[in-house]
Structures are given as C-alpha cells and as structure tokens.
Design a protein around this ligand. Structure first.
Ligand SMILES: NC(=O)c1ccc[n+]([C@@H]2O[C@H](COP(=O)([O-])OP(=O)(O)OC[C@H]3O[C@@H](n4cnc5c(N)ncnc54)[C@H](O)[C@@H]3O)[C@@H](O)[C@H]2O)c1
Length: 441
C-alpha cells in the first residue's frame, strides 16, 4: 500500500519504517529540513533500539522516502497518517496547531479518496476539527474530494518502539466508515498474525482510550510513589509491598515501581491535557489532579534527600549524576526528572557531573552555557571529584557497578538512588550510605 506519514519524530519515524518493512511504500514528511537531510544521509536523528537497520534497508529498497515536499506527500498515500507533536499549551491543554496545520495541508493538496488517520495523541473532538479544517481548505479551492478521518492512537513505548509497533497488544481504530476500517485492517494485517488485535470503536472513544491508558499508568506510578514516601516513615519497604501486591493478577507487576517521578514526552502532558478537557466538559478529574500533584512533588524527593544528607549545605559540593533520559533506552529528556534534580542542586549551590549512555547530545543542547553542569562521557568520569552519586535513569549499565571503586572515588560515599537499583544490605556492607525511594536501609 502507499502510505504517507506526516511528522518523523519518535512515533512517525518508527511507524513509517515498520510499515515500509512490511512491504508498503511510505512517504515520510517533515517540515524540519535538518531532520530530513539527516535521514536522507542515512542517519537516524533519535536513539531508538533496532530502528536504524530497518530505516536503512527500506530506504535502500526504495520503500521509505524522506522529504519536506508537502504536495508530493499528499499525492503519495491513500492513507495519510498524522504523527506530529501535540505539546502542552500554557493552560495544559494539548497544542493542536501542528495537527491542524497537517490536516490543512492534506485538504489543500488532496485529489481522490484519502483516509486521514490521527496517530498523534489528541483530545476528544479532534477528528471533527481535522475534518472541518480539510473541508475549509476544500472550500478555499472551490473543490474537494472524498475523505474520512480515523482515530488510530499510537501505544508504542520509546526504548521498545520497534518491538511494540511490530507486535502490538492492540490496534485501536476509531471510525464508523467501513471502507476506511477495511483499509486499516489491510495495513495492519502483517502486525497481528497470531490473533486479531484491532479493536474498532467510535472516534471519540478511540481518542479517549489513549489518554485513559496513559493516565492509568501514570496513576499507578504516583500511587506507588506516595506509598513509598509513607513506607519510609513507618518502617515498611516499598519493594516488598510491590512484590506483595503485584502477585495479585488483578494488579500485576507492571508500572508499580516507586522512583523519582515520571517524565517523558507523554505521561506529564497527557495527564494535563485530559484534565483540561475534563474541566472544559464540566467534569473535573480529581484523581488525575492528585496524580499530577504527587508526581510534581516526587521529582524533588531525591534533591531533598541529598540536601538532608549534607545538612542543607550543598555549596561547593559536586554531585555525580547517572542517567539523564527520562527512562532507559531512549535519548528523550522531555520532562525528565533529571532536569528537575539538576535545577534543585544548582539552586542549592552544587555542581553536577552528569553521564547518560544515550542522552548526552540532548543534554549538552539543554544545558549549554550552564556552568553548574558538566555532561561527561562515562559513568566513571561523572564520579571524578564528586562528593556523592545520584541515579535517575535505570540504564542496564548502572545496575551492577563496582561499589568498591565508587566508594574510593566519592568524598562522602553516598548513593541517592531514584530507581531503587541496589540491595540496601549490600551497600551497607560496603560502607556506602544508601538512599533509595521507600526502602528500608
Ligand atoms: N513519543 C512517544 O513515545 C509517543 C508514544 C505514543 C504517542 N505519542 C504521540 O505521538 C505524537 C508525536 O510524538 P513524537 O514523540 O513522535 O513527537 P516528536 O516531537 O518527536 O515529532 C514530531 C515531528 O512532527 C514534525 N512536524 C510538526 N508539524 C509538522 C507538519 N505540519 N508537517 C510535517 N511534520 C511536522 C516535527 O518537525 C517533528 O519532527 C504526539 O501526539 C505524542 O503524544 C508519542
């Protein structure tokens, strides 16, 4: 099939590459010339495990085209997938300007039947707005052609995006148009070979399903974080509690980890946007308000522990920081807890030496010109001259370090672990002060 993907970010690039890998010819449009140039030079602008070989082999096979040519992109695909960003606006609502701009360009250039698919995470009612934007463009041209708008939210996880796209748990298709549904069934057939994963529903339900999924996961994290803070003061251990409740199949083990708060490009903005939509609909979501409030506070917990350890005097201290990305296996630093921690430490007068296996490039852009932060190229280099170590991302390479070497390097051997990576008794035996989240030490 011929497919156009509008926006080549984490979602668009993975979607385009995986669809091309199944034999489709995919036209990936982005307005960012630098990004398209990089892709045309065979370089991948993001860190996403397994993506590069798929992009390369499909580009070489002529099934994956990267371009900034809007008219050509609209002409290419019967299916036009919108995968542009929907960042938060000032008031927390999703900023829809890119989605609507993409819809307008489809409306401006389309000839013949098109299925316009919103893959971006968008508030309920967006499909109608996309439809109206296209109709307005048709009116301006004085002619139009047949089209339908389908909601097909994306559930891939950064860090495992290729795997998630190739083997989805479910594919949500929000539409009541039989022709469009049939086309999407055909498109997704290669990704659901052992059982049907498509769930067809109303457009508005599909739009809400995406926010509901992310909000539920965010709620689990905030629940565990709040319990972890309680566990610390009443002498319980959140890891033991996690195992105790996770074993209940109604609860399960996933997304039950206490930590330094959730970040990333999705949960924080989606929790905010859902609240905003609910407020506008006159049905405020009290639970989601609490989820957000707990998370905002949790992002400061590690800094509070560090300040307390150093008797509220961080002036002139150096903190080594392992992990900058909002989670392992990505270079994405949007809303990362590391950024909050660095801000807190810098305000308290400390200097930070930070390392991340994949996000250094991103971090150097983010902290350029900031004297209180150095981004270094190895976990060891971060420890040079440091007083203590803080960990914010659960990268595999941080899980089993040489504790004796860490102890020898740190002036005041202490580890502040925002991911509960280590066994408290092992660190005690090493003579390292250990500050996890919600654990008995
Ligand atoms: N990142 C994730 O893990 C994830 C997962 C599921 C859903 N989503 C949702 O998918 C959407 C995209 O997220 P992302 O992380 O890929 O965003 P991103 O910021 O990485 O990429 C968006 C891309 O769209 C391009 N763009 C913007 N306007 C355009 C236009 N009019 N025409 C062509 N290109 C345009 C930008 O230049 C950018 O390259 C968001 O709504 C997000 O909430 C993201």
């Amino acid at each position: 099939m011929k497919v156009t993907v509008i926006g080549t970010g984490y979602v668009g690039l993975v979607t385009g590459a995986c669809l091309a890998d199944a034999g489709n010819t995919v036209f990936c449009l982005d307005l960012n010339k630098e990004k398209i140039q990089l892709l045309n030079e065979g370089k991948i602008p993001i860190f996403e495990p397994g993506l590069e070989p798929i992009v390369k082999r499909n580009e070489q096979a002529g099934r994956l085209i990267f371009s900034t040519d809007v008219a050509a992109s609209v002409a290419h695909g019967e299916i036009q997938m919108i995968a542009v960003g929907t960042p938060p606006s000032e008031d927390g609502s999703a900023d829809m300007q890119h989605v609507i701009a993409a819809a307008r360009s489809v409306g401006r250039h389309m000839e013949g039947y098109k299925v316009v698919v919103t893959k971006s995470t968008v508030p309920v009612g967006t499909a109608d707005k996309v439809k109206h934007a296209i109709i307005e463009e048709h009116k301006k041209r004085g002619r139009g052609s047949d089209f339908t708008v389908v909601s097909n939210p994306e559930f891939l996880k950064e860090g495992a995006a290729v795997e998630d796209f190739m083997r989805p748990d479910r594919i949500i298709v929000g539409s009541d148009d039989a022709r469009a549904i049939a086309l999407l069934r055909q498109l997704y057939a290669p990704f659901q070979r052992n059982r049907e994963r498509i769930i067809v529903m109303g457009v508005r339900s599909a739009e809400l399903t995406k926010y509901a999924a992310n909000s539920m996961l965010a709620a689990r994290i905030s629940f565990m974080n709040e319990l972890a803070n309680l566990a610390e003061v009443i002498g319980a251990d959140i890891e033991e509690v996690r195992r105790g409740i996770g074993s209940d199949p109604r609860i399960g083990y996933q997304f039950l980890y206490a930590g330094a708060g959730f970040g990333g490009s999705c949960f924080p903005k989606d929790v905010k946007a859902l609240q905003r939509s609910a407020l506008e609909a006159g049905r405020p979501l009290r639970l989601m308000h609490a989820v957000e409030e707990v998370n905002e506070a949790q992002k400061h917990v590690l800094a509070e522990k560090i300040e307390k350890h150093f008797a509220n005097d961080l002036k002139g201290k150096t903190i080594a920081l392992w992990g900058l990305a909002f989670k392992a296996n990505t270079d994405d630093m949007r809303e990362a807890p590391s950024v909050t921690l660095i801000g807190d430490l810098a305000r308290a007068g400390a200097f930070v030496r930070a390392y991340d296996p994949a996000a250094r490039h991103e971090a150097r852009k983010l902290f350029s010109g900031k004297k209180e932060v150095a981004i270094v190229d190895s976990a060891d280099a971060a420890l040079e001259g440091a007083d203590a170590l803080a960990i914010v991302t659960e990268w595999q390479e941080f899980r089993s370090p040489d504790f004796a070497a860490i102890k020898a390097k740190l002036k005041s051997p202490a580890i502040f672990d925002g991911r509960n990576l280590y066994d408290p008794s092992a660190l005690k035996a090493q003579g390292i002060a250990y500050y996890p989240i919600g654990r008995k030490t």
